[in-house]
Design a protein around this ligand. Structure first.
Ligand SMILES: N[C@@H](CCC(=O)N[C@@H](CS)C(=O)NCC(=O)O)C(=O)O
Length: 344
């Protein structure tokens, strides 16, 4: 009898746990996408590196274009985005606390972040690596020459951790000097307080182009000391929003693979079932409702942002002041790593 009661109690309490968990999951599942639709705005966490306000106060950058594509796909307009600039140390908590719907801010995907933060990494939008910028006049040409030197870095980044690892494994006794704010790290570097500034190579390129008084006086060393796959993150436990983000980004890459551009988009749309491109656009349109998006989601995302290659070239590549090579961010068919999961 005692035994039976115990078992009964266990079964009751276990089923209560299951019911509570189920309710908690249900209350959460799908709520981000629903909330975005109710609010009429995607709240996008960004920064001043990949995403910055241009001279007329408009947000621009690769990370910004991803948010614009999301807003266009979900809400029908790329203007329906609220941008929240976040420092390295603020960004992950902002997503955990539901201050933003998506963190699109040069954030590296790692196992520890994936496993410990209650967040999910979606699609890699930029394959980066950590490098060093030094004054040309220092005559430093390789990272190994930074032995014993002061190196500025931003706190709360993988860059800070990688710098310490690099110094330790190479026996360089680098004096890592972390700063909470990027402007403080770069400002101290430009004032000559640090022998080098270390960050993701893309951040180094944009810092040199946008912040150096004379960019030619600064050199980015050829050594890359880490892998930094960057991309947007969302909260864990919300598969609907995760899927929407994943497939909107994938559609931008797939469109480049198929050769759909902003210039030929209308023609592709008018093509019905005549071509592979037109069939893809029509068929993806029809899959929208299964993703919680209205038909035409791929058309709207591409109209707003262009395909992945166009986004890259506009913000980082040959149509931008940075002039970065496609490198690892080329399509897999061109020797790069960008590869969209098949749609059908
Ligand atoms: N990808 C690295 C670094 C990202 C990062 O925050 N980089 C700094 C520069 S080292 C940055 O972009 N800061 C801009 C800001 O705080 O506004 C990470 O995820 O930790």
């Amino acid at each position: 009898m005692f035994y039976k009661n115990e078992v009964l109690r266990l079964v009751i309490s276990l089923s209560m746990v299951v019911v509570t968990m189920g309710t908690a999951l249900k209350a959460h599942a799908g709520s981000t996408l629903e909330n975005i639709k109710l609010r009429g705005e995607v709240r996008c966490g960004v920064n001043a590196g990949f995403s910055a306000k241009n001279s007329v106060g408009k947000w621009v950058g690769l990370d910004v274009d991803i948010c614009r594509a999301l807003a266009a796909a979900v809400l029908g307009s790329d203007q329906k985005v609220k941008y929240l600039p976040l420092s390295a140390t603020q960004r992950l908590a902002a997503l955990q606390n539901d201050d933003i719907d998506v963190l699109s801010r040069n954030t590296t995907f790692t196992l520890t972040r994936d496993a410990s933060l209650g967040l999910r990494q979606t699609v890699v939008t930029y394959y980066d690596g950590q490098g060093f910028m030094v004054p040309v006049k220092s005559k430093i040409v390789r990272a190994a020459q930074l032995k014993g030197k002061v190196v500025c870095v931003q706190a709360g980044t993988t860059s800070e951790k990688n710098l310490l690892d690099f110094s330790r494994t190479q026996g360089l006794s680098i004096q890592a000097t972390p700063f909470e704010k990027l402007e403080a790290a770069t400002g101290n570097y430009f004032l000559g307080q640090c022998a080098a500034f270390t960050a993701d190579a893309s951040t180094l390129a944009s810092t040199r182009t946008s912040n150096a008084i004379n960019p030619a006086e600064h050199q980015i060393l050829p050594d890359l000391i880490s892998k930094e796959p960057l991309g947007p993150l969302v909260r864990r436990g919300d598969e609907e929003w995760f899927n929407a983000v994943r497939w909107v980004i994938s559609s931008l890459i797939e469109a480049e693979e198929l050769g759909i551009t902003q210039a030929n988009l209308e023609q592709v749309k008018a093509g019905g079932n005549a071509t592979t491109r037109s069939r893809w656009l029509a068929s993806t349109s029809a899959t929208g409702p299964a993703l919680g998006l209205s038909p035409g989601w791929t058309y709207r995302a591409l109209l707003a942002a262009g395909n992945y290659g166009e986004i890259f070239n506009r913000n980082l590549g040959d149509k931008s002041p940075l002039q970065l090579p496609r490198g690892l961010n080329n399509l897999w068919s061109q020797g790069g790593l960008q590869y969209a999961i098949p749609f059908f």
